[in-house]
Design a protein around this ligand. Structure first.
Ligand code: NAG
Ligand code: NAG
Ligand code: NAG
Ligand code: NAG
Ligand code: NAG
Length: 493
């Protein structure tokens, strides 16, 4: 879910051999006081989120974008047993929020680097079994006291997204993919085919891909299709628990898109070359106003957020979050993708550079949030494992799960600590964190692509599987659990 500027990115296809889980109806979770009542909606009150009883909420989140596919039937590539197991694992460490996809788009020809099967294979046509997967996600989350960010669209190729909507309305125009991970490319894992490793193969330009997708902001037929998707999802009646999505408090918020980008500028500014010059005529801005208003009119009980990263700097971040129907703000922090951190550099100075950037970024965005008076959620961040330990020249996989996580753990404690400090401050600001992304029992070493070409790592199908995964045995989960304890203790004072 992230724009890759300095290093090529992406992945491909497959399913984890350890858990080709059959469909088990094993209800998990501890129902009772922790479950989400249908009418217990979250509201924004100043710089805080509160439930319907007025209790301050802190989001101990994690990204679990593939939920709808994992929870689907096995004949759709689902792994229901894995899904239930992973939700139980997340509940056990205190996770109360998942950021998940609420849309994915197909194409008449099978496209690389995508989630398959798609929820919406062609305009207005839905794969009911994948939709049922989404029903199961929300129903099982409600049982476990977890609320959702429902991401409705995507700037990037891994779910179809903006470029697919535009392609649909342009006679299925062919897409030129930016550098994307190809699980079938050499080098290959020894043994039968379909097990990775792979490499980056496509050579399109990121800025060109962004510009192509951004036509959605001004293409009226594409907007009509997207609004029809919004209507479809908002009015969906959950086949598991009977709740209509727009009346279900398990849906904390509707997110316009994953990382919608401004118009590509002529120059990038700032010390990291990430900032954009102000552009008051950017079509992104009225699009956010129109789409957020469209959703608010139809789902007034739930919150709305944009899905913006914040790397573009203060002017854009404030403008994007200014529309009155945008209830709270977000940030994504990507130190490697943004050229600040090198996953093959074991030095303390490299780690320190990442931490220094995070300090600046969280401090800045916390201030920006206070200045516009809307809370901020750190809904994406990640760091690779100690991948310098993997010797690619000896045929080892660059992203092998055997690498330790010393830098990652140190960085997680630091950035989560920054968000907690902001939350605990007098003025408030940050309202939670959401690392990228839960891979649970997936491992590159046991992956095998399924008949749809998917492996379902925590990394989406255009990025190297295992790059940012949080595994079920990783220290990261303990850090998340400590966060939960610290916040609970703070809130009980
Ligand atoms: C992926 O790699 C395979 C093997 O090298 C190649 O045949 C195929 O064209 C590649 N696909 C894309 C979309 O680059
Ligand atoms: C993987 O791709 C990179 C970039 O194109 C290339 O430099 C490298 O040689 C490739 N690795 C293998 C093993 O083919
Ligand atoms: C990006 O788009 C420009 C303008 O259409 C084109 O000239 C250029 O070749 C493209 N770059 C790549 C890498 O595809
Ligand atoms: C590792 O990172 C540090 C800090 O950025 C830098 O000074 C050093 O040159 C890097 N080492 C290598 C081998 O890139
Ligand atoms: C933080 O804000 C300062 C002052 O506007 C700016 O110079 C700096 O580049 C920002 N840093 C980040 C990481 O956003």
């Amino acid at each position: 879910m992230k724009l890759f500027i300095f290093t090529p990115i992406l992945l491909a296809l497959g399913v984890c051999s350890v858990s080709a889980g059959s469909w088990h109806h094993r209800p998990g979770g501890k129902p009772g006081s922790s479950s989400i009542q249908a009418d217990d909606f979250i509201k924004v009150d100043g710089m805080r989120l509160k439930d319907s009883s007025g209790n301050i909420q802190y989001l101990t989140g994690i990204n679990y974008w593939a939920c709808l596919n994992l929870a689907a039937d096995a004949d759709q590539g689902g792994q229901y047993y894995r899904f239930i197991t992973e939700l139980d694992q997340l509940q056990a460490v205190g996770i109360n929020h998942l950021r998940i996809m609420a849309g994915s788009e197909g194409n008449p020809t099978h496209q690389p680097f995508r989630m398959y099967p798609a929820m919406q294979p062609s305009p207005g046509e839905y794969n009911e079994k994948i939709f049922v997967g989404l029903d199961r996600c929300l129903a099982e989350m409600a049982r476990r006291g977890m609320r959702a960010t429902m991401t409705l669209n995507d700037q990037w190729q891994w779910s179809g997204g903006f470029a697919q909507y535009v392609s649909w309305t342009h006679g299925n125009e062919k897409l030129e993919y930016p550098p994307s991970w190809n699980l079938s490319a050499p080098p290959q894992r020894p043994g039968p085919p379909g097990r990775g490793w792979g490499n980056y193969t496509t050579t399109g330009d990121w800025n060109n891909y962004t510009t192509y997708g951004n036509q959605i902001y001004t293409d009226a037929p594409a907007e009509t299709l997207f609004k029809a998707h919004i209507d479809k999802v908002l009015n969906r009646k959950n086949t598991v628990n009977g709740r209509v999505y727009k009346d279900d408090a398990t849906v904390m918020s509707w997110q316009l898109a994953n990382e919608p980008q401004p118009q590509v500028p002529k120059v990038f500014l700032g010390p990291y070359g990430l900032q954009l010059p102000p552009n008051p005529n950017d079509p992104l801005l009225p699009w956010i106003d129109r789409i957020s208003t469209y959703i608010k009119q139809r789902a007034p009980k739930q919150l709305i957020t944009v899905g913006f990263e914040g790397k573009q700097g203060e002017w854009y971040w404030k403008k994007v979050h200014e529309p009155k129907n945008v209830d709270y703000t977000t940030t994504h922090c990507w130190v490697q993708n943004w050229g600040v951190y090198d996953m093959n550099n074991a030095s303390a100075a490299n780690l320190q550079a990442a931490k220094d950037f995070a300090t600046e970024f969280i401090t800045n965005s916390s201030r920006w949030a206070n200045e516009i008076g809307k809370p901020v959620f750190l809904e994406e961040f990640g760091m690779a494992r100690d991948n310098w330990e993997n010797d690619v020249s000896k045929g080892e996989y660059q992203y092998a799960s055997t690498a330790t996580t010393t830098h990652k753990d140190n960085y997680y404690k630091h950035i989560i600590g920054l968000a907690m400090d902001s939350f605990k401050s007098q003025s408030g600001g940050y309202v939670g964190t959401c690392p990228w992304a839960y891979g649970g029992n997936y491992r590159p070493e046991t992956q095998h692509e399924n008949k749809f070409g998917e492996v379902w790592a925590g990394d989406p199908p255009h990025e190297a599987p295992g790059w940012y995964d949080v595994y079920d045995t990783d220290e990261a989960l303990n850090i998340v659990a400590e966060q939960k304890k610290e916040i609970d203790s703070f809130l009980s004072k």
